[in-house]
Design a protein around this ligand. Sequence first.
Ligand SMILES: Cc1cc2nc3c(=O)[nH]c(=O)nc-3n(C[C@H](O)[C@H](O)[C@H](O)COP(=O)(O)OP(=O)(O)OC[C@H]3O[C@@H](n4cnc5c(N)ncnc54)[C@H](O)[C@@H]3O)c2cc1C
Length: 384
Amino acid sequence: MIRDQETLSILLDSLSRFVRERLMPAENEVAETDEIPAAIVSEMRELGLFGLSIPEEYGGLGLTMEEEVLAAFEIARTSPAFRSLIGTNNGIGSQGLIIDGTDEQKRHYLPKLASGELIASFALTEPNSGSDAASLRTTAVRDGDHYVINGTKRFITNAPEAGIYTVMARTNPDIKGAGGISAFIVEKGTPGLSLGKLDRKMGQKGAHTCDVIFENCRVGATNIIGGKEGIGFKTAMKVLDKGRLHISAICVGAAERMLDDALRYAMERKQFGQPIAEFQLVQAMLADSRAEIYAARSMVLDAARRRDNKEDVSTEASCCKLFASEMCGRVADRAVQIHGGAGYVSDYAVERFYRDVRLFRIYEGTSQIQQLVIARNMIRDASR
Ligand SMILES: Cc1cc2nc3c(=O)[nH]c(=O)nc-3n(C[C@H](O)[C@H](O)[C@H](O)COP(=O)(O)OP(=O)(O)OC[C@H]3O[C@@H](n4cnc5c(N)ncnc54)[C@H](O)[C@@H]3O)c2cc1C
């Protein structure tokens, strides 16, 4: 749903200009230093990028899902690290509060997340529970007006930068699956909360992950999202439905960037006396990529509109995540191939993108988990 085409066009134009003029020129610096320059973070705050999908009443831009994916197409045309920094505030870090938080929790945290004053993280994965997230072992035991949290969360995006962590923990040990899990907001600096060392990742330099460790970490009972136990896993899954659409849009934008680079290279590079773009085998790679990007883009927009219409998009979100992330991997592979040897060295952005986009098939549910969700939903719907 697009609320006001004129305002949206202004936003998308300024985003596109910011990406071209500020972010793309800084890509190599971010890759080399593993840091986003502070001046760029400030500009991202000024542009309102931390609050794209946070409701206007809490200081965000309150974008609809369709508007958000259009913005994501633009942001993703540069290094995914930039998107990753704002991604948790707009997505998995804030949505638990937006969807299921109490009014007081929303009033307290959302304005700071929207402005970028606070960075949020989403801590679900553990050393022994990834795809099987409902088997998580972190515990939160009630003790008077507090809960005492113990456990370790793994690969948590923006954990080193975060001011708050949305933490899924088991409040009822008698319920082994999803029903025993609650979601908590834990603030940085809470005694008993510590961070592991930075993960040394394959790509996405400038975006940071690490372990988040809880050792007898006491949080107030008011920090439980929604004020009641046992709904935390459902909250997490609702958050991921939205997150999957967002990541799918990011895959589309990144693939468009890689294809633009590959096309430009193919038109400039000459072999056998002519631009390699004239060779039909190269054209096939360009054309297949164009067609697959168009398909993914159309899927993402359709699913986003359905979500704005309040339809349950669990299946569609998984279809988008599966197709768009796999498509992005294929486009990355072809983009490197079209660059030949140049695609294997870091002078060209495709080498970096090839590594960066590999993550999209893994986090927020691997491709196999998306397949499972789609098939399970199909069987459930057919049995009704
Ligand atoms: C850079 C990065 C950032 C991340 N950020 C966050 C974050 O902010 N918050 C967070 O909570 N988590 C985060 N994660 C964790 C991420 O979501 C998990 O890594 C992912 O869900 C997969 O879990 P796993 O690594 O334990 O793999 P596993 O679950 O061990 O899977 C290993 C393989 O087995 C396959 N597999 C597993 N179960 C099945 C099955 N039933 N059927 C078929 N195949 C199966 C998987 O598809 C995969 O191929 C991040 C991970 C990375 C690498």
